[in-house]
Design a protein. Structure first.
Length: 289
């Protein structure tokens, strides 16, 4: 687990933060899953090698993980560390394959025409991670899968809003072109980091769609699984407040410093979530308005 723990610690991500609420065996499994996700995502985003080379590398990751899922010897260190958890938590290769298809979309696609195409991307890179995660967390009601799908899309749309500037620097625009046209925002404005009331209106529409997914996640989380989903609920609470910070800024996301929650704020959310779990009645910290 050394490699996976190192990757998780170095990332300092909000997702890794949520692992603190898990018992150690599940925390180790999530670290291994996170390390896999981080490695393949970084591989796709590293624009130094040609696209063809990155595609071959992702194909190698897919083939190696498929060997691991078949209980054959995996070659890549992260996959070797993930392998015991594949069998323990019955993590299907089909979900990893779908996740890799999402990562591969970043090799070719720089624009998304409409919500349908963007939601496919969000499902593959975020909801699928949620579906894998709930297998590790443990759940009893199959409706928990709908919860994972909705929360994944909510988190990814929040990420997209936060990262408009850094994505534009790579020539990427994830905001649907249909929404750009509706709000009369041009691709060039986004690529050049030009903020306007029109952009704020565009971002507000995306934020409302994210809020709808937060509300749907809150509504679909089965009561019987609230305790086991504590780490996911912490993620929902962190990103819900991040979305609120973006709204307070009127979505001025072109500043060099992206919006983020302070460490004390995150610690408070951890304590609130932990207290809810300890009291046996955790309630979602998001989707309330």
């Amino acid at each position: 687990m050394q490699q996976s723990r190192l990757i998780t610690r170095k990332s300092a991500s909000n997702l890794a933060l949520a692992f603190v609420l898990l018992p150690k065996p599940r925390r180790d499994a999530m670290s291994a899953l996170y390390a896999f996700c981080r490695e393949v995502d970084d591989l796709a985003d590293n624009e130094a090698p040609p696209v063809a080379q990155r595609r071959e590398q992702l194909a190698a990751w897919r083939a190696d993980l498929q060997r691991a899922c078949r209980n054959e010897a995996a070659q890549l260190p992260v996959n070797r560390e993930l392998q015991p958890f594949l069998q323990q938590y019955r993590l299907p290769f089909e979900l990893f394959d779908e996740l890799l298809r999402g990562v591969e979309m970043d090799l070719d696609i720089k624009r998304y025409a409409d919500w349908e195409h963007l939601e496919l991307y969000c499902h593959r890179v975020a909801s699928v991670v949620g579906l894998l995660s709930i297998e590790i967390f443990g759940y009893r009601d199959p409706a928990c899968r709908d919860y994972a799908v909705c929360l994944g899309k909510a988190l990814q749309l929040t990420n997209i809003l936060r990262d408009v500037r850094t994505d534009a620097e790579r020539g990427r625009i994830y905001l649907p072109l249909s929404e750009l046209a509706r709000c009369q925002v041009t691709e060039r404005e986004i690529l050049r980091g030009e903020y306007s009331d029109r952009f704020a209106r565009l971002a507000t529409g995306v934020a409302e769609r994210a809020r709808d997914f937060y509300r749907r996640a809150r509504a679909t989380l089965p009561v019987v699984d609230r305790h086991s989903m504590a780490a996911a609920e912490l993620m929902g609470a962190v990103y819900w407040r991040l979305l609120g910070k973006l709204e307070q800024r009127r979505f001025q996301v072109f500043d060099p410093t992206p919006a983020r929650l302070s460490r004390p704020h995150k610690l408070l959310l951890i304590l609130q979530t932990w207290f809810g779990v300890a009291c046996g009645a955790p309630t979602p910290g998001y989707g309330t308005n």
